[in-house]
Design a protein. Structure first.
Length: 383
């Protein structure tokens, strides 16, 4: 047996023992893998095995559930007779050893394409893509890819974030809006800044107060930070987190809330406004179909509202007629110009420095390296 096979065997045994022992924070759960029904009969084509990594439960109500919804839509359209999913949940992207073991498990299970749906998987996927050159790798929300078998995709969520900012700016009475943010990465910063620009476009005196959890998925910390913001007088709550915990805190306090990733109205039936959401289904259908057709290729994707990769959830009855009209007007600009309708100067940061000159728009590269907070954000980036 080669050294590589021995290492793979050891990793697989380690993962299996980890499943038996259990873990309170993250667990590889192949028992919950979704496989298409039935077995191909003699003479039929073998199903394409598709591996999927989720950072949290695929029923988290937010980030992972949005991806799971997309994969379900893709499977429905492609056909269960053609595709088999192997889904691993609760793979924290901060646990490098567990992430690598999970990827190797999917690879050795015969998956021909693997979707890694969280930012922190990026470096491990990049490294293993060079080892498993016969497998295609799709990574969500990162910045790396290669020219052969490692793809990157994300959505311009800043557009619906800006639109929900308009809703928040017109809903607040205290002019204090809360925002529970995850990691101080450009992805999160872009969204916070876009939201704040939307708020200030209709309410120049409103401010967005931010608290950082330093985690993508931590129910207790998300709710704790939301409560801290509510105690400061914030009467609208927004978030960039994988769960609905911040929204639930707002509902319990009796104030308006804005979700993220996935429709979240069921978590706040009284105070829900709307949410910026992802529509991953069309993308997953496209890339899985390309595998079946043998036409898959590396093509870094960053789709917006025009491509229906992102959207705003249905606006609730809590959103005023005036706000809805302003949202629809701004949406028209998004469909025409994409993020150029948002990050156009003049823009100052929250220390008073001009960061985007009048008439200038930020390039994709500049947006992907954004490490400053726009005027109107109360708070600072964690050091």
């Amino acid at each position: 047996m080669s050294l590589k096979k021995i290492l793979i065997t050891v990793l697989s045994l380690t993962m299996a023992l980890g499943l038996l022992a259990g873990c309170s924070t993250s667990t590889v759960t192949p028992a919950t893998s979704t496989k298409t029904s039935g077995t191909p009969t003699q003479g039929t084509t073998e199903k394409l095995k598709v591996g999927i990594l989720y950072i949290s439960p695929k029923t988290d109500g937010g980030w992972s559930e949005a991806h799971a919804r997309g994969f379900k839509e893709a499977l429905t359209n492609i056909g269960e007779d053609k595709v088999e999913y192997i889904e691993l949940e609760n793979i924290l992207d901060t646990d490098a050893a567990k992430t690598e073991a999970a990827v190797r498990q999917l690879a050795e299970s015969g998956c021909k394409i693997i979707f890694a749906t969280s930012y922190g998987y990026m470096d491990i996927i990049e490294r293993l893509s060079k080892e498993y050159t016969n497998i295609k790798f799709e990574h969500c929300s990162g910045t790396k890819s290669n020219t052969t078998n490692f793809d990157n995709y994300f959505g311009q969520i800043e557009q619906p974030r800006y639109l929900t900012g308009i809703m928040a700016g017109l809903a607040t009475k205290t002019n204090k809006i809360g925002y529970v943010a995850a990691q101080p990465f450009p992805e999160v910063i872009r969204g916070l800044n876009a939201f704040t620009l939307g708020v200030r476009s209709v309410n120049p005196t409103a401010q967005v107060y931010v608290e950082w959890t330093m985690s993508w998925f931590d129910l207790d910390k998300e709710k704790e930070n939301a409560i801290a913001l509510l105690n400061k007088g914030c009467d609208v709550m927004a978030q960039h987190q994988d769960s609905s915990a911040a929204l639930v805190a707002a509902e319990e306090k009796g104030v308006f809330g804005i979700g993220y990733d996935n429709p979240m109205g069921k978590f706040a039936p009284k105070g829900y406004l709307s949410a910026p959401i992802f529509n991953w289904g069309a993308y997953y259908e496209k890339k899985i179909t390309a595998m079946l057709d043998n036409t898959w290729k590396v093509e870094t994707t960053w789709g917006g509202m025009k491509e229906n990769m992102v959207a705003i959830d249905t606006m609730s009855t809590n959103v005023s007629a005036d706000a809805k009209a302003k949202v629809e007007l701004a949406k028209t600009k998004m469909l025409e110009k994409g993020n150029d309708a948002i990050f156009v100067g003049p823009i100052k940061d929250n220390t008073g420095n001009e960061v985007v000159a009048t008439g200038k728009t930020l390039t994709k590269s500049e947006q992907y390296s954004m490490i400053w907070l726009v005027d109107g954000v109360v708070g600072k980036l964690p050091s």
